[in-house]
Design a protein around this ligand. Sequence first.
Ligand SMILES: [Zn+2]
Length: 352
Amino acid sequence: MLYEFYAKSLLTLPSMTWSGELTNELAAFSLLLCLVGLSNLEVRFPKIPHSAKQSRQSYRTNISLFVFNNLLMAVCSVSTLFVVAAKYSGYGPLNEITNPGLKALLAFLAIDLLLYVWHQACHRLDALWMFHRVHHNDPYLNASTAFRLHFVEIFITNALKALLIVMLGIDKMLVLTIETLVTLCIIFHHTNIGFKYERILGCVMVVPFIHRVHHSTERSEHDRNYGAVLSIWDRLFGTYSEVEPNALGIKGKSPMDFLSLIKFGFATESPVVARPDNLDVMIAEAAYYRAEKRHFYPGYEMRDWLEAKKDISNQLYGNKIRKNNSFWQNISDSCHWMFANFKNLQSNLQWH
Ligand SMILES: [Zn+2]
């Protein structure tokens, strides 16, 4: 939707007329104005200094992705999906609410909460992180980073939004207003600025210093602060953090140009550090020390081996390999343990 707003703004600005209500054109114009204004501010008063070359590179990549996504979304008819959703919004429970203020508030809270949950899912599930990490790839965070998104992520986000709009019955004008507000806030919290009352404003909404944590290269930091507009969701669900990250982007992968980013979204994660030949021996030794600590009390062999494997992997790869808690990963770990035990049978016998 956002992409259509911008495309339309470029095409229809000369013929725009004030009709007394928030039109698509006005929404698009206000977003464009906001982007230009915030970009200007971050150039004049940058929170983190970037060279002109770094900023140009980041803007070029992000705007290319924006134009590409815009064209692709038109082809994929996401706009049609959105219009259909708006057309069928007359059945949801929000239609029963007569107070327009309350209706708007509930609709806004529902969309903002959906974005929070969806964003967290993009970090927790490896299949979604594949696409979402395109957004995290920018090491020079700025207002245009809001557009650095993989088209698959945009497609799913819009489908989920459309579903919520139909289920709750959020009318078209309300959708347009909320969508505009949310997008303004997303551009704002990516802006490379700092200001006097930022911390006070951060008690309620997501401000740049809160969202900067979310773009840290460290997973323990970037798996925090998922909010889009309100910071209350992170505080409520225990994902809030206030630290100044040492570096932004994705370790060893940032920055990338437009084409590499498109491919990056479809590439499966592979270890950056090569697997050492003696990995199993290292794990067996670490497991041995764990067993020794509990005086070789039986029944803990597999647990020792799995924990030793986790320790060794963390030491070797840090957070370059993402955590995978899937059922199949556990099965694979168990098989690996049995295989490694078979290989190290002789050395195991020597322990006892
Ligand atoms: Zn994220």
